[in-house]
Ligand binder design. Structure first.
Ligand code: PLP
Length: 380
């Protein structure tokens, strides 16, 4: 830091230069985030100083958060769900599993707890394992890239605190058989966390939806991210629990704040993202999100048709707007697409393929140009 500050003009010049180095979403086919809705941006700026870490000072923002939790509880079929707004899927996953661990430890079990997750689980669960010292047991996937039920059952033992199911896997957009996992969780008297960080704002709005939420009795917590398909600003995640005891297990005393307890992982929390989420959810309503999802799915199907014309096919029929393509030497293709044509795509690990996420910023024109460039790469 300099002794004296820069002029506003100097600051703007540096910021403009840095912004110019950022990629625009116009060539990005790898991100699960997108441009936030304009009403979300407006609300974010209006509440920019609001700190939900000390919500006694920001009662209005706190009320907005409660309304969001109520609306998402309704959407996910449990209007009494309790929870809070997190910084995103990673924090929601950490806190969901921390709650399982805390409740498990209360039962005087002294062995190291384990958690059974699909092999397709987001890498945030590796962080969970490290932070909470929980053994992570990765269940293999079946031919549809859903978690194998046999594999899950074979990994459960007396120290298993819970299962994780994915509703919209990061790499494949696949949804596990959550109804079956719900039965298994109940039979074994363990928790079941559903990671719907991406799919939570997709599945309820698809024409052909499937049960993945609190309507299944074994589901005990859900992560759902407004800053992904919810079109809110970053950082906006939501963690919901079936029972207030689960949230209660995360309680910490906060003697010097206006409120005496906190359940969150972070202390200071963005009230701006809360206001943004409230604004976009209420502006769009279910009808608006149905349109967003339906447009993304039409664009996804358009892409599949265009890819079929050049002999490229998906590893599985996409369930949502995530497409994993069967492409030999996918790493090389990915780096050539970036170097030669400035396209940002990503990779799936197992099976190996090229991964595209068809977010609302992805247009038909973008995809026409992408398919042409992909063909050039594959032909040479
Ligand atoms: N869970 C799933 C299924 C995800 O796809 C992601 C991110 O893409 C996360 C969790 C982590 O979310 P975040 O990056 O918001 O922490």
């Amino acid at each position: 830091m300099n002794e004296t500050g820069l002029s506003e003009e100097q600051i703007r010049n540096v910021l403009n230069d840095s912004k110019g180095q950022d990629l625009k979403y116009g060539r990005v086919l790898s991100s699960m985030c997108t441009y936030p809705h304009e009403i979300a941006v407006e609300a974010h700026m209006q509440f920019i100083e609001s700190n939900m870490g000390d919500f006694g000072l920001f009662r209005g923002t706190y009320n907005l958060e409660n309304e969001i939790l109520g609306s998402l509880g309704d959407l996910l079929h449990h209007s009494e769900a309790s929870g809070y707004m997190t910084t995103g899927g990673t924090e929601s996953n950490i806190q969901a599993i921390r709650s399982m661990r805390n409740i498990f430890q209360r039962k005087d079990k002294c062995h190291r707890p384990n958690l059974v997750v699909p092999d397709s689980a987001h890498f945030s669960f590796d962080k969970v394992s490290d932070i909470l010292d929980i053994e992570l047991r990765k269940a293999s996937l079946d031919k549809d890239l859903k978690v194998s039920i046999e594999s899950v059952m074979s990994l459960i033992d007396e120290n298993t605190i819970g299962l994780v199911a994915i509703a919209g896997s990061t790499e494949f957009g696949q949804v596990d058989q959550i109804d079956v996992l719900s039965d298994i969780a109940i039979k074994n008297n363990i928790f079941l966390h559903v990671d719907a960080a991406f799919g939570g704002f997709v599945l309820p709005f698809l024409e052909d939806s499937q049960e993945f939420d609190f309507s299944l009795p074994g589901v005990t917590s859900i992560a759902i991210d407004p800053h992904k398909m919810g079109l809110s600003t970053i950082p906006a995640g939501v963690l919901l629990f079936r029972s207030p005891d689960q949230l209660e297990s995360l309680k910490a005393d906060t003697p010097y704040l206006t409120v005496s307890t906190q359940y969150t992982l972070t202390g200071t929390r963005s009230g701006a993202a809360v206001a943004a989420t409230w604004a976009v959810m209420n502006r769009l309503g279910k009808e608006g999100y149905r349109k967003v999802v339906s447009d993304c799915m039409s664009t996804t199907h358009y892409l599949l048709d265009r890819l079929a014309e050049i002999g490229v096919y998906p590893l599985i029929e996409p369930v949502m707007n995530v497409v994993a393509l069967e492409i030999p030497e996918a790493d090389l293709v990915r780096s050539r697409l970036a170097k030669e044509f400035n396209w940002q795509v990503s990779i799936t690990q197992n099976p190996h393929g090229l991964r595209l996420v068809i977010m609302p910023h992805v247009t038909i024109e973008m995809l026409d140009s992408f398919v042409q460039d992909l063909k050039k790469v594959l032909d040479t």
